[in-house]
Design a binder for this molecule. Structure first.
Ligand code: URA
Length: 229
């Protein structure tokens, strides 16, 4: 294991995502004996593989149409997502829905998924406390994520936050420096904030400004995806 494999993603700093020159090693090492022939088969093997993080009751799989113009990748399912078995249905998901609607993006036409497919948490009394995945854990899910995206073939992949940007680019990313167009291996990409960062802003005006910037990012991503048609 590399020395940095257990470090949280935001502790490691580099200014740019790695360009898509060649597929990185962890994408070439298939954890299954036979290459899945469909997204459904990939999902079945993912669900059967079990959690690769602490907690993680079930795999919360991506949802949306094959060939979606935009694919959105978050960090990992949260408490609500784990309970409902669907990505981005809790408080961060509701913010994402609102930002998408304001950007003119129909969520039912987009593909929505996560870098890590299980909810990593620690049980404290009745509460399940979200734990950030380590770089090593995110890497373990990379093969699944890229195979998933290869079946979906989106025109553009939007990384929501640093964990998704790390999973997609294979290199640590500082959102403030790398926000905007990107390349993720063979996919055209775009890096923006994670909607949960808006939930942490206490000042109302600051939150509104950050939300509007997020909506502008989603519009830019949509424009970039459209140019490929
Ligand atoms: N945060 C994520 O990154 N993904 C979800 O599905 C929900 C919250």
């Amino acid at each position: 294991m590399r020395k940095d494999a257990t470090k949280p993603i935001e502790r490691l700093h580099s200014s740019r995502a790695r360009p898509a020159a060649s597929l990185t090693a962890d994408l070439l090492e298939a954890p299954t004996k036979r290459a899945p022939r469909s997204l459904a088969e990939l999902n079945r093997t993912m669900a059967a593989a079990g959690p690769m993080v602490e907690g993680g009751t079930r795999a919360v799989l991506g949802e949306g149409p094959i060939g979606a113009t935009l694919a959105f990748v978050g960090e990992q399912p949260g408490d609500q997502e784990d309970l409902q078995g669907r990505p981005f249905v809790g408080p961060a998901g509701q913010l994402l829905d609102r930002a998408m609607a304001q950007a003119g993006i129909d969520r039912s036409h987009a593909y929505v998924t996560n870098a890590v497919k299980h909810f990593k948490f620690q049980q404290r009394g009745k509460r399940r406390i979200h734990q950030k995945p380590t770089m090593g854990e995110v890497k373990r899910y990379r093969w699944w994520l890229f195979n998933e995206l290869t079946f979906v073939q989106p025109h553009l992949v939007v990384a929501l936050g640093a964990t998704a940007a790390y999973a997609l680019s294979g290199a640590p990313v500082v959102i403030g420096r790398s926000r905007g167009p990107a390349e993720f291996e063979t996919f055209k990409g775009f890096i923006t904030i994670h909607p949960s960062s808006l939930l942490r802003l206490r000042d109302r005006a600051e939150r509104e400004t950050a939300f509007n910037q997020f909506v502008r990012d989603l519009k830019s991503a949509q424009r970039l995806a459209g140019r490929e048609n």
